[in-house]
Design a protein around this ligand. Structure first.
Ligand code: MN3
Length: 243
């Protein structure tokens, strides 16, 4: 029993280790990644109907529209990382759908109702050192999401000088993009588009934020954090943001 549990944990760790690089290294034609759990896995925080529509319609459309926008263009050979680093020059269709694909791929992977905050993990220690406590971080993320007018995202990201920071972005923008005023590698994101919560929470974005901030997969966020610290992308962002 102990061995099989250990085996499952190891397989999960390998899966998540390769997630970030797999997504940003993807090339045209882009593909919808497999959802890492069933549609009802996050209930009662996210209902199965919302999850199914969000993943199989919204995310699938970003992938489809990204491929359509790139087809035959001189950017067809760009991987997802390069698309985001040059989002400002590739046109709105590539920027919005490329961001939509990356953001949702990250979002599905950082959610879980069964992976509590661990103060002894690397990201746990960094969060306590930076924000004081996980609750203080949740308040900042809640505020970032609640005050983003219209559609967008709230982010926890690693800055080019390896610090943790919180911001929000409009539409499908993210901190990797050259057009973002805040630059860094995202390690946790919350979708605050109405399509992410309206069926269950209607206009109560604050209730959705309170609920989903207690459904974070902290094991994955820790992995994203330690990966980001040694990622070549962080050096690229450091160079770009100093220009
Ligand atoms: Mn969405």
């Amino acid at each position: 029993m102990k061995n099989s549990k250990c085996h499952i944990t190891l397989v999960a760790a390998i899966f998540f280790t390769v997630f970030t690089s797999i997504v940003t290294a993807q090339n045209y034609p882009f593909e919808l990644p497999k959802l890492p759990y069933s549609y009802n896995a996050l209930e009662p925080v996210i209902d199965a109907a919302t999850m199914e529509i969000h993943y199989s319609k919204h995310h699938a459309n970003y992938v489809k529209n990204l491929n359509a926008a790139l087809k035959g263009s001189k950017y067809e050979g760009y991987n997802l990382e390069k698309i985001m680093l040059h989002a400002g020059e590739l046109g709105d269709a590539v920027r919005n759908n490329g961001g939509g694909h990356y953001n949702h791929s990250l979002f599905w992977n950082i959610l879980s109702v069964n992976s509590p905050f661990n103060a002894k993990s690397e990201v746990g220690k960094a969060i306590i050192a930076t924000f004081g406590s996980p609750d203080s971080l949740k308040q900042l993320l809640n505020k970032a999401g609640a005050t983003r007018f219209g559609s967008g995202w709230a982010w926890l990201y690693v800055t080019p000088d390896k610090k943790l920071a919180v911001c929000s972005s409009p539409n499908q923008d993210n901190p990797i993009m050259d057009i973002s005023p805040e630059r860094g590698i995202p390690i946790l994101c919350i979708d605050v588009w109405e399509h992410a919560y309206y069926l269950k929470y209607q206009n109560k974005r604050g209730d959705y934020l309170n609920a989903i901030l207690n459904a974070i997969n902290w094991e994955v966020v820790n992995k994203n954090y330690t990966d980001a610290l040694v990622s070549p992308l962080l050096k690229t962002l450091h160079g770009q943001s100093r220009r």
